[in-house]
Design a protein. Sequence first.
Length: 243
Amino acid sequence: MRDLDPNAALVLFSGGQDSSITLAWALDRFQRVETVGFDYGQRHAIELEARKEVRDGLRPLRPDWAARLGDDVMIDLKGLGDISETAMTRESEIFIAENGLPTTFVPGRNLVFLTMSAAHAYRRNIGVLIGGMCEADFSGYPDCRRATLDAQMAAINLGLDAAFTLETPLMDLTKAQSWALAEDVGGAALVDLIVERSHSCYLGDRSRRFDWGYGCGACPACELRAKGWRAFQTMKSGAGSRS
């Protein structure tokens, strides 16, 4: 079996809120942290541009983070977009389809992401994969569920004859709790960075600024982010009133 460095981590990093919090969490725990992103033919490139903004913004927050943050790679998966008739890869309406899933669901996306990440990590001698998947407060994607990810990692480890570990620090957290985790890890400076530079809006709207960041304010991603932000502010107010 291939020996991999357990102190090195590869973060699946999109430039969105969840993966940005996850990246900071990884920098707080691992000696070497690299990032991987995927161009799968998204309907807009705003989130991909946010990746560089967040990475650059993390470095000055803490000297140890700057020292630990290593290489970044972007993997071309446009073929996935070509075979996906979804609202994430086409200019089409976002709604809940007859199968109960939102039209933003890209079939197989996380499964492909994990496989490609493991292949890259194998070459880089990285033993830990880290993702921002969450099943506590999410859009209903079946490939974000713990059971799905565990099954995929079992197949990857068998297929590569390796012992990768998958960390998903947000798996059981609500969006409010993930904001609280960001504050715990990096204080107000990290929260401000994620508000200003990360991007979640499905429509790629950066023209409107809300207290939780930029977006259209109406798509499911914006609504979830806004709801989590409001709950986070309520949590903070409650904690302050008890102190």
